[in-house]
Design a protein around this ligand. Structure first.
Ligand code: HEM
Length: 83
Protein backbone atom coordinates (compact mmCIF):
# COMPACT_ATOMS: atom_id res chain seq x y z
CA UNK A 1 0.00 0.00 0.00
CA UNK A 2 0.85 3.63 0.03
CA UNK A 3 0.43 6.45 2.50
CA UNK A 4 -0.49 8.89 -0.22
CA UNK A 5 -3.93 8.25 -1.64
CA UNK A 6 -4.86 10.29 -4.69
CA UNK A 7 -7.98 12.16 -5.73
CA UNK A 8 -8.57 10.73 -9.21
CA UNK A 9 -10.68 12.45 -11.88
CA UNK A 10 -12.23 10.52 -14.81
CA UNK A 11 -9.68 12.05 -17.21
CA UNK A 12 -6.79 10.99 -14.96
CA UNK A 13 -8.24 7.47 -14.80
CA UNK A 14 -8.38 7.31 -18.60
CA UNK A 15 -4.63 7.87 -18.83
CA UNK A 16 -3.97 4.54 -17.12
CA UNK A 17 -5.35 2.00 -19.54
CA UNK A 18 -2.36 -0.08 -20.68
CA UNK A 19 -1.26 -3.49 -19.41
CA UNK A 20 1.81 -1.91 -17.82
CA UNK A 21 -0.22 0.83 -16.17
CA UNK A 22 -3.79 -0.26 -15.61
CA UNK A 23 -6.06 1.58 -13.19
CA UNK A 24 -9.74 0.96 -12.66
CA UNK A 25 -12.43 2.29 -10.35
CA UNK A 26 -14.79 0.12 -8.32
CA UNK A 27 -17.47 1.79 -6.20
CA UNK A 28 -15.47 5.00 -6.05
CA UNK A 29 -12.17 3.36 -5.15
CA UNK A 30 -9.33 3.40 -7.68
CA UNK A 31 -6.98 0.41 -7.91
CA UNK A 32 -3.81 -0.20 -9.87
CA UNK A 33 -4.53 -3.61 -11.45
CA UNK A 34 -1.16 -4.03 -13.18
CA UNK A 35 0.38 -6.50 -10.75
CA UNK A 36 -2.86 -8.40 -10.22
CA UNK A 37 -3.52 -8.99 -13.95
CA UNK A 38 -1.60 -12.32 -14.22
CA UNK A 39 -3.42 -13.67 -11.14
CA UNK A 40 -7.01 -12.83 -12.13
CA UNK A 41 -8.94 -16.15 -12.31
CA UNK A 42 -11.04 -14.69 -15.14
CA UNK A 43 -7.95 -13.85 -17.20
CA UNK A 44 -6.04 -10.70 -18.13
CA UNK A 45 -8.18 -9.96 -21.16
CA UNK A 46 -11.39 -9.76 -19.11
CA UNK A 47 -9.80 -7.54 -16.48
CA UNK A 48 -8.28 -5.24 -19.12
CA UNK A 49 -11.80 -4.43 -20.33
CA UNK A 50 -12.13 -2.08 -17.38
CA UNK A 51 -8.64 -0.53 -17.57
CA UNK A 52 -8.83 3.24 -17.52
CA UNK A 53 -12.49 3.29 -16.63
CA UNK A 54 -15.14 2.48 -14.07
CA UNK A 55 -15.45 -1.29 -13.61
CA UNK A 56 -18.21 -1.30 -11.01
CA UNK A 57 -20.97 -2.60 -13.30
CA UNK A 58 -18.95 -5.37 -14.98
CA UNK A 59 -17.62 -6.44 -11.61
CA UNK A 60 -21.13 -6.66 -10.16
CA UNK A 61 -22.30 -8.66 -13.19
CA UNK A 62 -19.47 -11.21 -13.00
CA UNK A 63 -18.82 -11.74 -9.29
CA UNK A 64 -20.44 -9.38 -6.83
CA UNK A 65 -19.40 -11.80 -4.04
CA UNK A 66 -15.65 -11.18 -4.55
CA UNK A 67 -14.19 -8.82 -1.89
CA UNK A 68 -12.04 -6.33 -3.81
CA UNK A 69 -11.25 -4.22 -0.75
CA UNK A 70 -9.68 -7.21 0.94
CA UNK A 71 -7.93 -8.65 -2.14
CA UNK A 72 -6.49 -5.47 -3.60
CA UNK A 73 -5.84 -3.42 -0.48
CA UNK A 74 -2.18 -3.09 -1.48
CA UNK A 75 -3.16 -1.79 -4.92
CA UNK A 76 -5.39 1.06 -3.76
CA UNK A 77 -4.45 4.28 -5.56
CA UNK A 78 -7.12 6.62 -4.23
CA UNK A 79 -10.68 7.78 -4.72
CA UNK A 80 -12.73 9.07 -7.63
CA UNK A 81 -13.64 12.75 -7.63
CA UNK A 82 -15.33 14.83 -10.33
CA UNK A 83 -13.32 16.96 -12.81
C1 HEM B 1 -13.32 -14.68 -11.80
C2 HEM B 1 -11.31 -11.34 -8.94
C3 HEM B 1 -12.59 -7.89 -12.08
C4 HEM B 1 -14.39 -11.24 -15.02
C5 HEM B 1 -12.74 -14.05 -10.72
C6 HEM B 1 -12.45 -14.68 -9.45
C7 HEM B 1 -11.87 -13.76 -8.66
C8 HEM B 1 -11.82 -12.52 -9.41
C9 HEM B 1 -11.38 -13.96 -7.22
C10 HEM B 1 -12.79 -16.11 -9.09
C11 HEM B 1 -14.20 -16.04 -8.51
C12 HEM B 1 -14.84 -17.35 -8.23
O1 HEM B 1 -14.45 -18.35 -8.81
O2 HEM B 1 -15.81 -17.34 -7.43
C13 HEM B 1 -11.47 -10.11 -9.54
C14 HEM B 1 -11.02 -8.85 -9.00
C15 HEM B 1 -11.39 -7.89 -9.89
C16 HEM B 1 -12.06 -8.54 -11.00
C17 HEM B 1 -10.29 -8.67 -7.67
C18 HEM B 1 -11.18 -6.40 -9.84
C19 HEM B 1 -10.04 -5.86 -9.53
C20 HEM B 1 -13.24 -8.48 -13.11
C21 HEM B 1 -13.87 -7.79 -14.22
C22 HEM B 1 -14.38 -8.74 -15.04
C23 HEM B 1 -14.07 -10.02 -14.47
C24 HEM B 1 -13.94 -6.28 -14.35
C25 HEM B 1 -15.12 -8.58 -16.34
C26 HEM B 1 -14.88 -7.63 -17.19
C27 HEM B 1 -14.24 -12.46 -14.41
C28 HEM B 1 -14.75 -13.69 -14.96
C29 HEM B 1 -14.45 -14.68 -14.02
C30 HEM B 1 -13.76 -14.03 -12.93
C31 HEM B 1 -15.46 -13.87 -16.30
C32 HEM B 1 -14.83 -16.15 -14.10
C33 HEM B 1 -13.69 -16.99 -14.58
C34 HEM B 1 -14.09 -18.45 -14.61
O3 HEM B 1 -14.73 -18.91 -13.65
O4 HEM B 1 -13.73 -19.11 -15.56
N1 HEM B 1 -12.36 -12.73 -10.67
N2 HEM B 1 -12.07 -9.90 -10.76
N3 HEM B 1 -13.38 -9.82 -13.30
N4 HEM B 1 -13.65 -12.69 -13.21
FE1 HEM B 1 -12.85 -11.30 -12.01
Amino acid sequence: GTDTLLRVTPSMLKEHRTREDAWSAFSGKVYNLTHYLPYHPGGEKELMRVAGRDGTKLFALTHAWVNIDYMLDECLVGFMVSE
